[in-house]
Design a binder for this molecule. Structure first.
Ligand SMILES: [Zn+2]
Length: 98
C-alpha cells in the first residue's frame, strides 16, 4: 500500500486531510503512526473475509498439487525414520560394548 500524502481522504477515518498537514485532524493518524491498517481497520475494505477463505484452493496454490504424492512422501519419511532408528540402536550397542 503506497504511503498516503495529504491532501486527500484519510485512509483511516475517511476525513479529508488538507494540504500541508502531517496528521489527520479527525483521528490523529500521521506518517509516523502509519496511514495504514496498523492504526485501525475500521475504514478499510478487507478483500478476504475469513469466512470466504478457501483452504483447498490455498493448499493447491501453495503446495502446487504436492498432495497427490503425499502417499509416496509418507512412505519416504517412514524409511528415513526407520534408518535413523537403526543408526541410533547400532550406535547404542557400540557404545555399550566399548
Ligand atoms: Zn483520520
Amino acid at each position: 500500500m503506497p504511503a498516503f500524502k495529504p491532501p486527500g481522504d484519510c485512509p483511516i477515518c475517511g476525513e479529508f486531510v488538507p494540504r500541508g498537514l502531517v496528521s489527520c485532524p479527525a483521528c490523529g493518524s500521521c506518517a509516523n503512526s502509519g496511514w495504514s491498517e496498523e492504526a485501525g481497520y475500521d475504514g478499510l475494505d478487507l478483500p478476504d473475509a475469513p469466512e470466504d477463505f478457501d483452504y483447498d484452493a490455498f493448499v493447491e496454490r501453495e503446495f502446487g498439487g504436492r498432495r497427490k504424492s503425499s502417499h509416496l512422501s509418507g512412505n519416504l519419511w517412514w524409511w528415513v525414520a526407520l534408518v535413523l532408528l537403526i543408526i541410533i540402536i547400532v550406535t547404542g550397542i557400540k557404545s555399550g560394548r566399548f
